[in-house]
Ligand binder design. Structure first.
Ligand code: NAD
Ligand code: MG
Length: 389
């Protein structure tokens, strides 16, 4: 039977890898319902020509004329602006890949969840900024969340149906490009250095998050919501080879892990095929060629972002949303050359301190509008700090 698929954020790293699985599948296995992007007209137009979606939504309304003229010969509906993204996410699909970056993905992803079908969740920021609201919406619609983040996908694969038997979840981290760098080196990190991840090929924002280890911090919060575990039951271990994608330790001492080449097409295929396994064009593991698997404690002094994320998870309330928005704004400033690498964690911490003075800091935003308002406020706090640096 043909599976109807939508890809939110189809022009990004996860989006393109998702379409690569579709490209290699048997003819008729999938029908692409909707594709969305922020502003990448050329890429989404090429995707439209190849995959013939029913609907395309572009967030950037200024690009409307350009995309319309580019696709004038095609029988495809086009929509522009944030409402169009939500419309795309509401079109009936058996499976939606939620791969927009950042809190901009929250409302479209919630719209996809509202269908009550399968959602491949790549966008971790949704759960960080709006964990409670998001999980309530999943429960209410009966949607099945299939984690795409490789660590959470690994845990999902090895988690047995006995919550009380689990002692802890262990998230693995590659350690990023600066795992062995000294503090002096970190002071002179450039945009190019930080974008150059040793193992994974990813979009710009998550590459910077991997370099600061904020990515692992966001994943800690993501894991807590997805698997209903407190911070004390989730550990992080650095594993530079990125072969073990995460582990679950059980009460009897057993540790189950999922392994594979560091290629996102494995977790993407797992999510798309679930509950069946489908083929992914990834390099197979050759155990005779793996020289060793090593593990280290993360260095929390060198990478304060991980500490900040754990503290935000434990504080709850507004802290995770402020952490996420402040980090998005700080990473954008770093990529723009307006903030040094070590400034990212510093402004995130300052934003958390500033918002902690508010009387309602302990209360998590109760609905999406409140999440997005807090997100905007935290970004404004960061902008002020950067101007005053
Ligand atoms: P990316 O930057 O490569 O792509 C992001 C996509 O979102 C693009 O299609 C872009 O057009 C769209 N987008 C960006 N801003 C938008 C906005 N304001 N409104 C609407 N659309 C917007 O990102 P990515 O690396 O593919 O990551 C996507 C998500 O998946 C992130 O949440 C990331 O944390 C998560 N993730 C990615 C990887 C990876 O290997 N890339 C691994 C695990 C998790
Ligand atoms: Mg990950």
């Amino acid at each position: 039977m043909t599976k109807r698929i939508s890809v939110l954020g189809s022009t990004g790293s996860i989006g393109k890898n998702t379409l690569d699985i579709v490209r290699r599948a048997e003819a008729g296995a999938y029908k692409i319902v909707a594709l969305t992007a922020n502003s990448s007209v050329d890429i989404i137009a090429e995707q439209a020509e190849e995959f013939h979606p029913e609907f395309i939504a572009l967030a950037d309304e200024a690009k409307a004329a350009e995309l319309t003229s580019r696709l004038s010969d095609m029988d495809v509906e086009l929509g522009f602006g944030s409402e169009a993204l939500i419309e795309a996410a509401k079109r009936h699909a058996d499976f939606t890949m939620a791969a927009i970056i950042g809190s901009a993905g929250l409302e479209p992803t919630l719209a996809a969840v509202g269908q009550g079908n399968h959602v491949g969740l790549a966008n971790k920021e949704c759960l960080v900024c709006a964990g409670e609201t998001f999980m309530k919406a999943v429960k209410a619609s009966g949607a099945t969340l299939l984690p795409v983040d490789s660590e959470h996908n690994a845990i999902f694969q090895v988690l047995e149906d006995d919550p009380k038997g689990v002692r802890r979840l262990i998230l693995t981290a590659s350690g990023g490009p600066f795992r062995e760098a000294c503090m002096e080196r970190l002071q002179s990190v450039t945009r190019e250095d930080a974008l150059n991840h040793p193992v994974w090929s990813m979009g710009a924002k998550i590459s910077i998050d991997s370099a600061t280890l904020m990515n692992k911090g966001l994943e800690l919060i993501e894991a807590s919501w997805l698997f209903d575990r407190p911070s004390s039951e989730i550990d992080v271990i650095v594993h530079p080879q990125s072969i073990i994608h995460s582990m679950v330790e059980y009460l009897d001492g057993s540790v189950l892990s999922q392994m594979g080449s560091p290629d996102m097409r494995t977790p993407i295929a797992y999510a798309m095929g679930w509950p069946k396994r489908i083929a992914a064009p990834v390099e197979r593991l050759d155990f005779a060629k793996i020289s060793g698997l090593t593990f280290f404690e993360p260095d929390m002094e060198k990478f304060p972002a991980l500490r900040l994320a754990r503290e935000a998870l434990e504080a709850g309330g507004q802290a995770p949303c402020v952490l996420n928005a402040a980090n998005e704004q700080a990473v954008a400033a770093f990529l723009d050359g307006k903030l040094p690498f070590l400034g990212i964690a510093r402004v995130v911490e300052a934003a958390l301190d500033a918002h902690a003075k508010g009387s309602d800091f302990a209360c998590a935003p109760a609905h999406v509008e409140a999440v997005m308002a807090l997100d905007r406020a935290a970004r404004a706090t960061v902008d002020e700090q950067i101007v005053n640096l």
